[in-house]
Design a protein around this ligand. Structure first.
Ligand SMILES: Cc1cc2nc3c(=O)[nH]c(=O)nc-3n(C[C@H](O)[C@H](O)[C@H](O)COP(=O)(O)OP(=O)(O)OC[C@H]3O[C@@H](n4cnc5c(N)ncnc54)[C@H](O)[C@@H]3O)c2cc1C
Ligand code: SF4
Length: 336
């Protein structure tokens, strides 16, 4: 591990000023991802700004009837807060599907959004990786790619530079719910719709998201509509706990008179960002919940999916998981 300076920020402005003054400075929250990456020499900050003293560990009501989750809320406190678990049970279910109890007690909501890919080549500094070192190549394309992406991998020049997936469970639910990320930087505050926060690799796979270098995530806003009656989070993984998703699905339905009024489906483990296609979800509006309709949507969501050998099984797996998640959300009786 490279040596580094460590300072504690006492206010948001302090933290932002400190980060902006040197690009080799990083914020540290729970440290559950950053410290691992520093130990592997993947991240080599020269200075850490500890943000744990900032007053960002609260959950408050928003004016439009939603909730504001402070960036320093831990994953555990967020999941078990009654305001979240009763109004946004999809989010609670997704958070509790992630990591382990000990990790969720340390990991923060802001850090969860910023966690980096679990691609094993990204962690192994002895191998080429365009995300770690732009232009060096992608070892996963020709190597073992069981956990890698099947959607959104093609770049502007039609080549493929990175097939890493975004590993978060929480973010899949936040994408389905249509959350907003609140950030503060040197030039003030702004909000980023969740769909625009994480990005596809394109020609610049080393850039994971649209946060600017000087910006700090201060909160995540949940809209008033929580889909608390008809929802399901399905996570498929190699072990039943303490493993990242091969494929995950967050499904949320708004039902009116036995028909679907609004449907949200977000996928994890299949792309560089939580995957949503609102125009495909819209197919379900006004339809009855049925396996056939859910299959139609599953096929649409996986349109254009490309496997790279070891991960090709994910295409069919994702389709089946979508049908299952939507069936659970709609409370359809399982086939006997
Ligand atoms: C063994 C293991 C298993 C795991 N399994 C899962 C899993 O199954 N599902 C899952 O979703 N996650 C899983 N995780 C990941 C875990 O959820 C993340 O490590 C955690 O959420 C990161 O939060 P943190 O506060 O510890 O972030 P840190 O490690 O402190 O920071 C991570 C990054 O975020 C930046 N950052 C932190 N806070 C802010 C902020 N407010 N504004 C801007 N930048 C910020 C840091 O600079 C750093 O770059 C696992 C982790 C481990 C170690
Ligand atoms: S998939 Fe992305 S992170 Fe993994 S080796 Fe290729 S470029 Fe690196």
């Amino acid at each position: 591990m490279t040596s580094f300076d460590y300072i504690r920020a006492d206010g948001v402005a302090d933290a932002v000023d400190g980060r902006a003054s040197a690009l080799t400075t990083k914020f540290i929250a729970g440290g559950t991802n950053l410290i691992d990456l520093m130990k592997e020499n993947v991240e080599r900050p020269t200075r850490l700004i500890d943000i744990n003293r900032l007053p960002l560990a609260t959950i408050t009501e928003t004016e439009d009837g939603g909730l504001r989750l402070g960036a320093l809320m831990t994953n555990a406190d967020t999941a078990y807060d009654p305001k979240v678990s009763e109004r946004y049970p999809l989010l609670t279910q997704a958070i509790l599907a992630g990591a382990s109890a000990q990790l969720r007690n340390m990991a923060t909501d802001g850090g969860n959004l910023m966690q980096r890919t679990r691609c094993y080549y990204f962690y192994d500094v002895a191998t080429p990786c365009n995300k770690r070192e732009p232009g060096s190549g992608c070892s996963a394309l020709v190597g073992f790619n069981r956990i890698h992406a099947i959607l959104g991998t093609e770049a502007v020049d039609r080549s493929i530079h990175c097939i890493a997936t975004h590993p978060s469970d929480m973010c899949v639910a936040l994408a389905a719910l249509g959350a907003t990320v609140r950030v503060t930087g040197l030039y003030g505050d702004r909000t980023i719709p969740f769909a625009e926060f994480h990005r596809l690799p394109g020609n610049t796979p080393h850039i994971d998201n649209t946060l600017q270098d000087d910006e700090l995530i201060t909160a995540i806003d949940l809209p008033a509509k929580g889909f608390s009656t008809n929802y399901a989070y399905i996570k498929l993984r190699d072990r039943t706990s303490y493993a990242f998703a091969l494929v995950s699905v967050a499904a949320a339905l708004d039902m009116e008179n036995g028909r679907i009024a609004d449907a949200r489906i977000a996928l994890g483990g299949v792309s560089h960002k939580p995957w949503r296609r609102p125009e495909i979800e819209a197919i379900l509006a006004g339809r009855e919940p049925s396996k056939d309709n859910f299959q139609l949507v599953a096929d649409g969501l996986l349109e254009g999916a490309q496997g790279f050998g070891h991960n090709t099984f994910k295409i069919e797996l994702a389709k089946r998981a979508i049908v299952r998640a939507l069936s659970q959300a709609a409370k359809l009786k399982p086939a006997s």
